[in-house]
Structure formats: structure tokens, C-alpha cells
Design a protein. Structure first.
Lengths: 291, 410
């Protein structure tokens, strides 16, 4: 019984982190219809920036979240406005090729800048833990989970209540109508990408404090984001959260009760099943109803 | 700083191929071309960079400091033709085939059994020797290849010294659990651990196969805590070693002995774990204090000193192993008094000579002799990696049983 409780707790903690890592990917896919294959690079960029900031300023890496998000916001805006938009204008499939190429290129730039060596962000509480009943919690993972949930809530509130959030949703639901109402769609697309990049950067910090990382890891986080989005549904923080939690639970339960080598097997089995039964994910496309 | 290291390493390989960079006296030297590929980018880049730096350091020293090498009465300058294979076996095989087509006769290995194995198949077919420090999988040495030589024993023979150390500890541990990745090298290394540890009479409680990419080991550690073996042996990649150790600390998963094949050798690993790294054991094939001598660098300390004049990247045993590959080639060529691939192959097979790295001796199948080229065992003690086994190379006695994480953190 204790083992089940521990496994479920571990799965939920891991799932919350997966959710944050995927929400940017989900938003871009939902609003821009772009599969951003450079998502993992943005996640890693966040981790490296947090490492630099936290070492330079001697502060907790989670306190670097605003600064890292600001940098990634700017990079994301410029990336979409000046590169991806041009590719999309020619043919929508170009965006996939472009983001894949950018990912390969930036991975090598990262190796050049940061070396291929593994890096690690070690906050002061990296080795602390606490117990609730029989369940043991790793302090750093719980901190990462709390940061994830706070950020996901903020993003949900931004999309739901802010003027810009409404514009983003309106553009995603009825692009033509938004354009007729005077919305600068290209600007909205770039802003959406910028927000997504900022959240990818924040996810990088959260991942960086729980896992060692190197430029070679970018593919893992793009793939995880893809799976989370397919499981949970496109475009909303709630979908990412559901998908992330499901992925985390499936991973830990499989590792515990089938074997630690099998989480990927069950993850992709679930992916295939869901694509057959519910192709738009558990929560569906957040922007689909009025399309 | 980092940029310079990577740039220097990358350009270093290319620079050797560039005839523009020559010393004045090098004009009279014949070129001794040694080809190959190394992973400077991609999954294996971290260690690939070390291997590359080792090759380049040895070649630079021999050319610039020693003024070349004499083989069968002629003086030669080593010309490395190393290319980045991006950790991709397909790319590596293409690069090597092209070099064979262009007439290269001698090859150095890439890093990673998944790359060394297919490239060795190509050099074998062309009857060109390959000396390598990056592939230990049994598959490389059990296919009847005659032209590939490795600086380590094959994976299933690499844990002989580890098991011997465990047997010598007091009180003698009785049980162990094993963690490994689902990839060619880790799985074969795990087989080696099982053969050696079971052979020494240790009881195996569990074995856990992790996926190639690991993000969480909490469930594995829950199982470890449930049975609490005396020893936990991890033959995983360095990133996974760090993850396992960190989660062990955070979940207070204590064992009397934690062995991690890769990881504790790296300064970044020890720095990340801080005082919690104390008493963790690892394999170590070389350190600056090994007692071997040679006619090139003199000894390991001098090799390390020269390396540091060229690179700021911390030295690792792969650097020394790679440099020893070049020394091995030269000594074999001198022994053969020939640069014919077949003759050099015969000399390599008969090799029994000392380099600053180790005594070089290969098994009949081409992998390193398990005694001469077998692993030493290192242990982190006060932040430094000490050699605790074998006795001949010991720099400190082993700490056993290891303090619990609570005591380490106090």
C-alpha cells in the first residue's frame, strides 16, 4: 500500500513538471498550428540561462524565472516574427522543417557555447526531503511541481482574463474574424510564440534543478511535449496538465510494476490508443468549439 | 573558456590535416597518416571531446616536441585525419569508407561501441588496423576480427577488479542490486558485473533496466529501499549516475556501498554532489599517479602537464587512453619495422610494452588484457578521486561501509 502511494505521489510530481514543459508547445500548436520541433532547445536554453544567472547572482534558480522568461519572450517573438512566419507564409509544412533545422543548429551552438558536458543546477535544498505519512517527498521535485502549478495557473489566468489572452483565443478560434476586427494577427502569433517560449524557458529551470542536462537532451523534451499534447489536448494549460499528469503516472506505475525499461513502451501504447479513440486528446482542442 | 576548449578541440583535428601548419624542419619528414572519426557533437560528444583531445595531444607532442618519430630508418610526422561523426554510426562508417578509398592505412577509434562496431567492420574488411579507446562491447571482440584492438578489456571482463575489491572488504558484503541502461554498452557491462559478482559469491537481489533516457528513478529506489542490498552497482551513463545519486540522497536510500561505473570520475559530478559524493566508488582506468613510464612523455604526470598547456578542459582517463593509442601504433610500427598494415597488425597482436598509460597487451581477440589494461577502482574521498584498488596502484584505503547520507550531510 505504501509503495502504491509512493508511486502515485512520484508520478504526480513528475507529471506536473512534464505539463509545464509541454504547455508552450501546446499553445503554439493550438494557436499557430505550428509543430515547434525546436521546443526542446528553448527548454534547454532556459536551463542554461538559469545556471548562468543563479551562479552569477548567487540566488536560488527559481528566482531567475522572471529574468529567464523575459529573455526567452524576446527570443521567441523574434524567432516567430522573422523566421517562422516567413516559412509559414510559403507553405505550412515549412515551419516543421525550419524548426527542426533550427533545433539541430542551436544544439551545436549550445555545444560550442556551453560544451557537451552535463550541467547541473544545485539549489541549497537539492538534497532535502520530507515525509507525509508513509510517503517520501523529494524537496527539489516538490518545489519544481509547485513552480509548475503556479506558472500553469498564471498562464490559464492570462489566457482567460487578460485582454491579450482574449485576443490570442479569438485569433486561434476565428483568425479571419479577428483580422476583420482589426487584430494584427502576425503580432498576435509572435506574441503567442513569445509567451510559449517564455514558459518553455521556465520549464527549463524547473527541469534543470531536478535533472542533469546537456545540449543532447533537447529531443527528449520535444518528444515529451508532443506526447503530453496528444494525451491532454491542444491549446490549453488544463490539457497540458492532464496530459502531463497522465504521462507522469503512466511512467512511474509502469516503472514500478512492469519494469523501469518499459515506461516508453506504455507511453507510446497509450499514445496510439488515444489517437485511435480520441484523436484530439482528453480535453480536445481548446480553440475548436467556435471554429 | 568553454568555447575556446571546444573550438580548439574541433579545429585541432582539422589543423592536423592542414599542410599549412608545419614546422620548418617538418618539411623533410614523411607524413604518417592516421585516420578516423570522433564524436565532437551529438550524444557522445562529452567523452568524444576527451578522446579527440588525447589523440591531438599525443600527435602534437610527438611532432612538435620530439620532432617526429623514426620508423624503419625514416623520420615521420604524424598527420591525423579525424572528422566529427556527430555520434552517428552511419556518418562514421561513411567517413571511414571514404578515408579507406583515399588510401588511409591506419585508424583510430571513435567513442561508443555503437560507432566502433560498424566502423571496425569496415576497417576489418579492408584489412586496416584500428586501435581504439571508445568501444568495450563484447560484440566488437567476439566476431573474429583480426584488425581491431581496444585499450580496455571487453565489457564482460571489465568488472573483475571491482568484484575482487568487494571481496576484500571487511565486513565482506553479501548482497548487491544492479542498475543499468537499456543500451548495448550498459547491458554488456551489466553482464560483466553479474559474471564477476556472482562468481565471487555475492547474492544478487534485483536488477533494474532503465531506458536509455532517464528522467526519474524514484520507483527503482523504492524497490532498492524495500530490500536494501549491501551494494548498489550502477553501470549507467554519467548523467544517470548523478540523477540516481541525487535521488538516493533526497529519498534517504542508503546502502553500504554505492558503485557507479561512470560519473564520479568527472569533476562536475563531484561538484554537483558536494559532500554527498564521499565514499562513492567508480571504475578508473588511469590517473596521474600510475607508475608507468615510456619514451615519449616519460610518465603520466608529464603527459598531464603537457596536456594542460594545450587545453583547459579537465583531464580524464579517456584523454590518456586516446594518447596511448597513438603511442601504441608507433611502438608497433617500430617493432614491425614497417608501415604495411598487415605487419603492423601482427606487431599489435604481439604487443607487450609499457606506455605512460598502462602496460599495453591485447587478448587474442584484440580487447585489452584484463590484468594489464583492466580497471582500477577509484573512490571519492574528501572531494578527490583516490585509487583504492589494486594494491599496487592504491593511493588510499577504501572507506567501507559508506557513511549514511545523513552523516555525510552533517
Amino acid at each position: 500500500m505504501d509503495l502504491i502511494a509512493q508511486t502515485l505521489a512520484d508520478g504526480l510530481v513528475l507529471g506536473g513538471i512534464y505539463a509545464l514543459a509541454a504547455v508552450g508547445f501546446s499553445l503554439i500548436f493550438g494557436v499557430l498550428h505550428v509543430i515547434n520541433l525546436s521546443h526542446g532547445i528553448l527548454v534547454l536554453l532556459g536551463a542554461y540561462l538559469a545556471l548562468i544567472f543563479s551562479e552569477a547572482l548567487h540566488i536560488d534558480p527559481l528566482l531567475c524565472i522572471p529574468a529567464v522568461m523575459a529573455v526567452l519572450f524576446c527570443i521567441g517573438y523574434a524567432y516567430q516574427r522573422f523566421l517562422i512566419q516567413h516559412a509559414v507564409d510559403r507553405a505550412s509544412v515549412n515551419s516543421m522543417l525550419l524548426t527542426f533545422g533550427v533545433a539541430l543548429m542551436l544544439q551545436n551552438v549550445m555545444i560550442w557555447l556551453f560544451s557537451p558536458d552535463m550541467k547541473n543546477i544545485t539549489p541549497s535544498y537539492a538534497f532535502n526531503s520530507f515525509k507525509i505519512g508513509p510517503v517520501n517527498f523529494d524537496a527539489v521535485r516538490v518545489s519544481a511541481l509547485i513552480a509548475s502549478l503556479v506558472l500553469l495557473s498564471l498562464l490559464a489566468a492570462f489566457l482567460r482574463y487578460s485582454a491579450m489572452g482574449r485576443v490570442i483565443r479569438a485569433t486561434a478560434q476565428q483568425t479571419m474574424a479577428a483580422r476583420l476586427c482589426g487584430v494584427n494577427v502576425r503580432h498576435v502569433y509572435a506574441l503567442t510564440f513569445a509567451v510559449s517560449a517564455a514558459f518553455a524557458g521556465a520549464a527549463g529551470i524547473v527541469i534543470g534543478i531536478i535533472l542533469p542536462f546537456s545540449p543532447n537532451d533537447e529531443g527528449t523534451w520535444t518528444l515529451n511535449a508532443f506526447v503530453v499534447v496528444v494525451l491532454g489536448g491542444v491549446g490549453s494549460p488544463a490539457g497540458a496538465l492532464i496530459g502531463g499528469l497522465l504521462l507522469g503516472l503512466v511512467s512511474t506505475l509502469t516503472a514500478q510494476y512492469i519494469g523501469p525499461a518499459f515506461p516508453n513502451v506504455t507511453m507510446f501504447l497509450l499514445l496510439v490508443l488515444l489517437l485511435l479513440v480520441r484523436p484530439h486528446g482528453l480535453l480536445g482542442n481548446a480553440f475548436a468549439p467556435s471554429r | 573558456m568553454r568555447r575556446r576548449e571546444v573550438l580548439t578541440a574541433g579545429l585541432g583535428a582539422v589543423a592536423f590535416a592542414a599542410p599549412a601548419i608545419r614546422r620548418a624542419n617538418a618539411q623533410t619528414l614523411k607524413p604518417l597518416v592516421i585516420g578516423g572519426s570522433v564524436p565532437l557533437t551529438g550524444a557522445a560528444a562529452e567523452t568524444g571531446l576527451n578522446v579527440n583531445n588525447g589523440y591531438v595531444t599525443a600527435a602534437t607532442y610527438i611532432n612538435e616536441v620530439l620532432g617526429g618519430v623514426e620508423i624503419a630508418g625514416d623520420k615521420y610526422k604524424i598527420e591525423l585525419k579525424l572528422f566529427d561523426d556527430a555520434s552517428d554510426p552511419a556518418r562514421a562508417t561513411t567517413l571511414l569508407q571514404r578515408q579507406i578509398d583515399e588510401g588511409t592505412n591506419f585508424f583510430l577509434g571513435s567513442f561508443g561501441s555503437n560507432i566502433v562496431l560498424p566502423t571496425a567492420a569496415i576497417t576489418e574488411r579492408a584489412k586496416k588496423p584500428m586501435v581504439q579507446t571508445g568501444g568495450g562491447s563484447d560484440a566488437i571482440f567476439t566476431r573474429g576480427y583480426k584488425y581491431v584492438f581496444g585499450m580496455y578489456p571487453r565489457a564482460t571482463r571489465q568488472f573483475t577488479s571491482g568484484a575482487a575489491l568487494f571481496k576484500s572488504l571487511q565486513p565482506t558484503p553479501a548482497t548487491y542490486s544492479l542498475i543499468y541502461n537499456n543500451d548495448a554498452f550498459s547491458k554488456t557491462a551489466a553482464e560483466g558485473v553479474k559474471i564477476s559478482c556472482d562468481g565471487q559469491g555475492f547474492k544478487r537481489l534485483d536488477q533494474f533496466e532503465l531506458p536509455a533516457k532517464v528522467t526519474d528513478v524514484s520507483s527503482v529506489l523504492a524497490s532498492v529501499r524495500a530490500k536494501t542490498p549491501d551494494m548498489l552497482i550502477c553501470v549507467v551513463h554519467d548523467q544517470d549516475s548523478l540523477l540516481i545519486a541525487r535521488q538516493m540522497v533526497a529519498t534517504n536510500t542508503n546502502v553500504k556501498l554505492l558503485f557507479q561505473g561512470l560519473g564520479p570520475q568527472l569533476g562536475s559530478y563531484r561538484e554537483a554532489l558536494g559532500k554527498y559524493a564521499e565514499a562513492i566508488l567508480c571504475s578508473n582506468y588511469w590517473n596521474e599517479d600510475v607508475p608507468y613510464k615510456d619514451k615519449f612523455f616519460g610518465n603520466s604526470k608529464k603527459f598531464a602537464e603537457y596536456y594542460r598547456t594545450k587545453y583547459t578542459r579537465p583531464i580524464a582517463y579517456h584523454v590518456a587512453g586516446a594518447a596511448a593509442c597513438i603511442e601504441t601504433y608507433i611502438m608497433a610500427m617500430q617493432a614491425a619495422k614497417s608501415l604495411k598494415p598487415e605487419a603492423v597488425r601482427e606487431a599489435l597482436a604481439a604487443a607487450d610494452f609499457e606506455t605512460f598509460y598502462a602496460r599495453i597487451k591485447f587478448s587474442p581477440e584484440g580487447d585489452g588484457d584484463p590484468i594489464a589494461l583492466g580497471s582500477m577502482i577509484g573512490q571519492v574521498q574528501k572531494g578527490k578521486l583516490e585509487t583504492v584498488f589494486p594494491d599496487a596502484a592504491k593511493s588510499a584505503p577504501p572507506i567501507y561501509p559508506a557513511p549514511t547520507w545523513d552523516k555525510k550531510g552533517a
